[in-house]
Design a protein around this ligand. Structure first.
Ligand code: AFD
Ligand code: MN
Ligand code: MN
Length: 424
């Protein structure tokens, strides 16, 4: 399946008059609208290879038709998203779910689709068939040096795969921890994990980064060995300048102030980037912006403030990834919605009048500070995001065009009803 230029142009033409009216109306009120548009054009969000199939829970999985059965097909799916929104030009591999074999072929395909390879992710939270030693009681933290060694070697292998594809970062998410009091010596578990991470860190190519992702709970329920941003920061500080703390929106305890975490990690120049998703209860992996769009905006508000403070390039200084896998939607539709929600929150954050906000903060003018933020949040920026997309050849309404072109039935015809993607 390929989405042609002609079908995108035809779609845009039918919507152009309405779009133009909406865009001009809002643009006339925003002096720096062109600056916002060029930042939106530069901004891309990576799609994880495991999110292209339907997700599941421990109660079951309801796969949809025409899921990508191979890495090449997953790349094709990301290519479709990128053709529609021009903001999803990167794919993040999860190994061993997706083991690249034919590097040259894969690189050529990526180039053809306009994709680059984002961070590679090492998976040591499951046992794979034919694996010598089990990760049941952890991987990098394991009491047995032989298990730790196996996990370290796997991570180094993942780096080698990433190198061959042009990735620049390794994301380590550990499910390591304990389920019951007394199961684990916390200090020893930390030290083992740190030593293991040090060995992996030593294998990083010079221009690579290591992202250490934290999570408060699940699959271990009593303790997680990288349980929160403080613990991750402890590891990444000890590891050195190439190690950064990665924030996944679903990995906090209820009501955590994630925007404050972001601000402080940025202050320390230790923020790796993001795994975007949304949640009602925990690691629900729901579509970005579907439950708490205001929180997403507040996070972007801190991101913009903190990155500008250090003069960081918004598009390239941090890793931007989606980490959601919803169970009841078409994964491609879900991803289009997620990317759109991210672009909207980013555009709104770019609207915040920072000078006025600072004045309000200095004067302890709490009501004004709230007004300034909410003024930006309540601005309908959708036509600005659409204008940015239009200028780089995307569709004015990606989701509508996806449906109109019957992309899923085309994929089902190509791949069959029962092709199931690898993943959780
Ligand atoms: C976890 C983490 C993570 C990991 C994923 C696997 O968010 O980044 O790669 O699930 O599906 O919760
Ligand atoms: Mn994640
Ligand atoms: Mn997660």
């Amino acid at each position: 399946m390929h989405i042609s230029r002609t079908s995108i142009d035809a779609h845009n033409e039918t919507l152009y008059a309405t779009h133009k009216r909406r865009f001009e109306y809002i643009a006339s009120d925003i002096a720096h609208v062109e600056d916002i548009i060029s930042r939106l054009i530069a901004f891309n969000v990576a799609i994880p290879s495991w999110a292209l199939g339907t997700g599941g829970t421990r109660f079951g999985r309801f796969p949809g038709p025409g899921e990508p059965g191979s890495l090449e097909e997953k790349m094709e799916d990301v290519g479709l998203l990128h053709a529609l929104n021009r903001s999803s030009g990167a794919i993040s591999l999860h190994i061993p779910w997706d083991i690249p074999e034919d590097y040259t072929g894969i690189r050529a395909k990526a180039a053809e689709l306009g994709l680059v390879f984002d961070a590679v992710n090492s998976n040591t939270f499951q046992d794979q068939k034919h694996q010598a030693l089990s990760y049941k009681f952890g991987s990098l933290q394991h009491v047995d040096r032989a298990v730790r060694k196996q996990a370290i070697e796997h991570n180094i292998d993942v780096i080698r795969h990433g190198e061959a594809l042009g990735s620049k970062a390794l994301t380590v998410w550990l499910s390591d921890g304990s389920c019951f009091p007394g199961q684990l010596n916390f200090r020893r578990a930390f030290q083992h994990t740190l030593e293991s991470l040090e060995e992996i860190y030593a294998a990083l190519p010079g221009n690579w980064k290591m992202f250490v992702e934290y999570k408060a709970f699940e699959p271990n329920f009593y303790s997680m060995t990288v349980g929160d941003w403080g613990q991750s920061l402890l590891y990444t500080t000890k590891l050195g300048p190439k190690a950064y703390t990665l924030v996944d929106l679903g990995h906090h305890l209820p009501n955590a102030n994630i925007e404050q975490i972001v601000a402080l990690l940025l202050m320390e120049r230790k923020l790796a980037g993001f795994h975007f998703n949304d949640s009602k209860y925990g690691d629900d992996d729901l579509t970005v912006g579907s439950i708490r769009p205001y929180q997403l905006f507040l996070i972007f508000n801190e991101l913009v403030e903190g990155m500008d403070h250090w003069g960081m390039d918004h598009a390239s200084s941090l890793g931007w990834m989606i980490d959601a896998s919803h169970n009841v939607k078409d994964p491609l539709e879900d991803l289009l919605q997620s990317v759109e929600a991210i672009m909207i929150a980013y555009a709104q954050a770019l609207l915040v009048d920072r000078k006025k906000l600072e004045e309000a903060q200095s004067a302890n003018d709490v009501a004004s500070a709230q007004e300034i933020l909410q003024d930006a949040f309540r601005t309908d920026v959708r036509s600005i995001v659409a204008e940015a997309r239009l200028r780089i050849g995307g569709a004015l309404e990606p989701l509508h065009l996806f449906r109109k072109l019957e992309v899923r039935s085309a994929l089902t015809n190509e791949r069959g009803r029962f092709s199931v993607a690898t993943g959780l």
